[in-house]
Design a protein around this ligand. Structure first.
Ligand SMILES: [Zn+2]
Length: 360
């Protein structure tokens, strides 16, 4: 009897201790969670992008029409896409053309995007995400156009981003985002390859600042251009041996959308500079999203599948001319857009070697 009592007491003490430990550790976990979330800045860490090119084209048309109809609230194409994206949970395989028609009908009946979107909890995320991907592609600009009596400048509003491959040059591509790559170490392909002949002029897709220009082991001769708002880092790699870049192009320089920035080649996959390590010449075209500067380098980079976007941009290709004396190509028709005062500028001395996995 006495022993049994003792045993029960002992069990009670042990259970008590276990319970106490559990409470202490629970308190500790919730405390450390609170402190780490306080320290952690809130910004978008992942974006899936699969909006069909046809839908983007339709949305731009509606945006441009709405822009021309002054007086009523402007319906932006990114707002339209963010609205649909929210409805689909980001999965545009769910898209049907009737969805856009219904949305448009509601807008025409006087409902504004702001009012309709206010009901959707995740709309702010999709708006911010798609704004980061597409923010610089549509807007006001001035472009030279060819008329009977020569070239004239025209003020325009619409698609102001170009295909990365100059007009009149052939290229082949397919959706190769995420495909396996084995040079160096096994990893995923974080860009879009456009197969083209060596020497094909490479075009700046969007206006921005040349952030990096030079050699790296994976990308070979490559150019990195940051959008004025700092959210998009365009990456053009495997450029031509010996003469990779457009003459005079330098880091820190501002380039306009549609400018020739370099030439297709097959450099890269070598620690030695100026080596053709790639079998088939092509442009590796990449787009990294940056919501917080800490995302630029390091493990949690966001790269976008550019297949649909490249398809959209194939509607707008830059015409180039070749100077026979210098063999240099340049754009045939001028383009200007406003450069924001507080545009992104790369900090000198802040140049870290880019994370290798993006460079294939
Ligand atoms: Zn590639």
């Amino acid at each position: 009897m006495f022993i049994i009592l003792k045993k029960t007491k002992l069990i009670a003490v042990i259970l008590g201790l276990v319970l106490l430990c559990a409470i202490i550790s629970l308190l500790h976990i919730s405390y450390s969670q609170a402190t780490s979330s306080e320290l952690e800045k809130k910004y978008i860490k992942w974006v899936d992008f699969d909006i069909p090119a046809g839908l983007m084209k339709e949305a731009i048309k509606l945006d441009v029409t709405s822009y021309q109809e002054k007086g009523s609230e402007h319906t932006g194409w990114i707002e339209l896409l963010a609205y649909l994206g929210t409805k689909y949970g980001g999965d545009f395989k769910k898209y049907k053309p009737s969805h856009l028609k219904t949305l448009l009908k509601e807008i025409n009946e006087g409902k504004t995007m702001t009012v309709m979107a206010a009901k959707l909890k995740n709309y702010p995320y999709y708006l911010e995400a798609y704004q980061a991907v597409l923010g610089g592609l549509v807007g006001e600009f001035e472009a030279e156009v060819e008329e009977e009596n020569g070239k004239i400048w025209q003020k325009k509003y619409g698609l102001k981003a170009y295909s990365p491959i100059a007009k009149g040059y052939a290229y082949d591509d397919y959706d190769d985002f995420g495909a396996r790559r084995d040079y160096g170490y096994r990893r995923k392909h974080l860009g879009h390859d456009m197969m083209a002949l060596v020497g094909t002029p490479v075009i700046a897709v969007e206006s921005g600042v040349v952030e990096v220009l030079g050699w790296n082991q994976f990308g070979g001769w490559r150019i990195g251009i940051r959008s004025f708002d700092g959210h998009r880092y365009y990456y053009y790699a495997h450029l031509r041996k010996n003469r990779p870049f457009a003459a005079g192009l330098e880091e820190g320089q501002i380039v306009m959308a549609g400018n020739v920035i370099g030439y297709v080649g097959r450099t890269g996959y070598s620690a030695t500079e100026n080596v053709n390590g790639i079998e088939n010449s092509h442009l590796h075209f990449g787009l990294q999203l940056i919501f917080d500067e800490s995302q630029k380098e390091g493990k949690n980079q966001i790269w976008i599948d550019l297949y649909e976007l490249t398809k959209l941009l194939s509607n707008n290709r830059s015409t180039t001319l070749r100077d026979d004396a210098t063999k240099e190509h340049s754009r045939a028709l001028g383009f200007k857009e406003a450069i924001p005062k507080n545009h992104f500028t790369p900090k000198p001395g802040d140049k870290i070697e880019e994370k290798l996995e993006s460079d294939n």
